[in-house]
Design a protein around this ligand. Structure first.
Ligand SMILES: Cc1ncc(C[n+]2csc(CCOP(=O)(O)OP(=O)(O)O)c2C)c(N)n1
Ligand SMILES: [Mg+2]
Length: 566
């Protein structure tokens, strides 16, 4: 006889949450996992169950929690409709390398294969977007699967794990004991590779440090700042990885997403050694894979990644270093000092160009000067604010003009999935109630998950959401103008009156139609102590920080005319 008490599957899972230090669980309830919900009742003083309005919102909350804390985000969803809604965030966790444990309630085992109500096989469904997906058939196996799910989600390149849990398996009992928490090995770089890197960097004339990826610790971020300074390396950050390097640091040269400053793009292209740490050098980090020659860049490429699967996938590395990013930074301390003062000038030039790029005076503007608003916002945000973003062309404005650092965090979908900003801001205020949480979202993005305002109000948390309201799905409209100039199709938006909408929710809403009204509106929203929306009137012409919508259309028409004549 085992000494272990009999526990249901749900209780075993909740005990495993406690073992793994889970503090918040994000869910939309379903009848397929009642036993887990039931077991959570007894630990409500230790685990905060956040019940969102839609699984897309719940799963984004869990994913953004992982980005914020580095710990696995936990999400509970019901079978096919719930799992289907959660896909957007699971795929985001996969692309963005965020550790996540997603538990899906499944139909009873005995109903399998009958085309039963909401029957679906999650293994083929989630295989292409998870590190591991498995259905647990026996209650006594749960301690293993839970411990393994947490380990796999965090090891190497972090990512999502899905467990499918038949409802009768969850309700059955077992006297199985817990499995101990499995430590996640931290891959350290090979010392020989660090000395090879040293040789390459010592000889470099125009090196660039290109940072991205997930899993940076505060210490790792401080360490990479020191490394950049000591080695005279200008630093750029990858698309939506804005907070991996302090923007006020003298080596910071800007962000390298699709809206990057042309001067910085040129600098990266003309570099002779690229030290890419964390970033996969994916499509949006490399201007559609054109930033470097593929597959063999003319630069020496030192590529540092947590997982080996992305080495050489597009760009062949000169030196591939598989390592935990923070362990890599720590290992650079062993490098001997070298005189690289000859590179100081190029660091200064890159910095100067970044600072010049912070001037919005040549940017398109309507009644609201968005560049000016972002500079104002930069002053109004606390140093440890959590800023969340969404997808869309409006993101170009804060990506260019807002500043981040190790403490002022940015959470956004590298995957480009819309609807991220509101749930992530709600999560930020739940996980870190004493920090300022500000969501920057388009009117399209707000339309997708703005319903999570109810979740925030239910949880008594009050993020501030700024809706960049241009009355359109601006990003797609821009693509239409580029490829099919003048032919607008399906990209207009009819929006609600956000001030009235917030009133109906019991929140706070304010509309801003002039630049000078932005700062007072933000202060009012911040002080309202309620879920707040600032409806920021955005001139549809201000589609990017560099060119108007009309400018885009005219350039496209000109290109077409030239092509026709050629
Ligand atoms: C879930 C999802 N659906 C569709 C898209 C395609 N898409 C990318 S940006 C965009 C428009 C975003 O509109 P909005 O939030 O208003 O921002 P804007 O571009 O107008 O600044 C769309 C539809 C996407 N990325 N994600
Ligand atoms: Mg829009």
């Amino acid at each position: 006889m085992s000494n272990q008490r009999m526990r249901s599957g749900g209780r075993i899972i909740v005990d495993s949450f406690l073992q793994h230090g889970v503090e918040h669980v994000f869910c939309v309830p379903g009848e397929s996992y009642l036993d887990i919900l039931d077991a959570l009742v007894d630990v409500s003083n230790k685990i905060n169950l956040v019940s969102a309005r839609q699984e897309g919102g719940a799963a984004y909350m869990a994913e953004s929690y992982a980005k914020l804390t580095g710990k696995p985000g936990v999400c509970l969803v019901t079978r096919s409709p719930g799992a289907g809604n959660a896909v957007i965030a699971i795929h985001t966790a996969y692309q963005d390398a965020s550790p996540m444990v997603i538990l899906v309630g499944q139909i009873k085992r005995s109903f399998w294969g009958r085309g039963s109500f909401q029957e679906l096989d999650y293994v083929p469904m989630f295989s292409p977007m998870t590190k591991w997906v498995v259905q647990v058939e026996r209650t006594e196996d749960l301690p293993y699967y839970m411990a393994e799910a947490f380990r796999v989600a965090q090891e190497g390149r972090p990512g999502p794990v899905v467990l499918s849990l038949p409802e009768d398996m969850l309700a059955e009992t077992s006297d199985v004991g817990d499995m101990s928490v499995q430590s996640v090995p931290r891959l350290v770089p090979d010392p020989g590779q660090i000395s090879q890197m040293y040789d390459l960097l010592a000889k470099a004339e125009r090196p660039i440090l290109y940072l991205g990826g997930s899993g940076w610790s505060a210490q790792g971020k401080r360490g990479i700042e020191e490394f950049a300074a000591a080695n005279q390396l200008p630093v750029c950050v990858a698309f939506r990885r804005l907070d991996v390097f302090d923007h006020d640091h003298p080596n910071f040269a800007g962000e390298m997403g699709p809206a990057a400053a042309p001067d910085l793009v040129k600098r990266v292209q003309e570099s002779d050694v690229v030290l890419a740490v964390g970033t996969r050098l994916g499509e949006h980090a490399t201007r559609g894979y054109t930033l470097f020659d593929a597959p063999v860049p003319k630069q020496k490429l030192i590529h540092v990644l947590q997982g080996a699967q992305d080495f050489g996938r597009v760009f062949h590395p000169t030196l591939a270093i598989q390592s935990d990013l923070n362990a890599f930074v720590a290992a650079t301390n062993t490098m001997p000092k070298v005189d690289v003062s000859r590179r100081a000038q190029s660091v200064k030039e890159a910095r100067k160009a970044y600072e010049l790029n912070l001037d919005p005076s040549n940017s398109p503007k309507g009644k609201v000067d968005l560049g000016q608003c972002m500079l104002e916002l930069d002053k109004l945000l606390t140093d440890d604010a959590i800023v969340t973003g969404d997808a869309g062309h409006y993101t170009g404005w804060f990506q260019r003009f807002l500043k981040f650092n190790g403490r002022r965090r940015f959470l956004g979908p590298v995957s480009g999935a819309m609807g991220y900003g509101v749930p992530a801001a709600v999560m930020a205020k739940i996980a870190e109630p004493h920090r300022m949480a500000v969501g920057l979202v388009g009117d399209g993005g707000f339309g997708m998950t703005g319903n999570e305002v109810s979740t925030a109000i239910g949880c008594n948390v009050a993020p501030v959401i700024i809706v960049f309201n241009n009355g359109m799905l601006g990003s797609i409209r821009a693509w239409q103008e580029l490829s099919y100039p003048g032919r607008v199709s399906g990209t207009g938006l009819i929006n609600p009156d956000y001030v009235q909408l917030m009133k109906a929710h019991g929140g706070f809403g304010v509309r801003v139609e002039r630049t000078q009204d932005f700062a007072p509106a933000f202060r009012a929203a911040n002080e309202a102590g309620k879920f707040s929306v600032i409806d920021l009137a955005m001139d549809p012409e201000a589609i990017t920080t560099r060119i108007t919508l009309t400018g885009m259309r005219e350039a496209a028409l000109k290109r077409k005319a030239e092509k026709a004549h050629a």
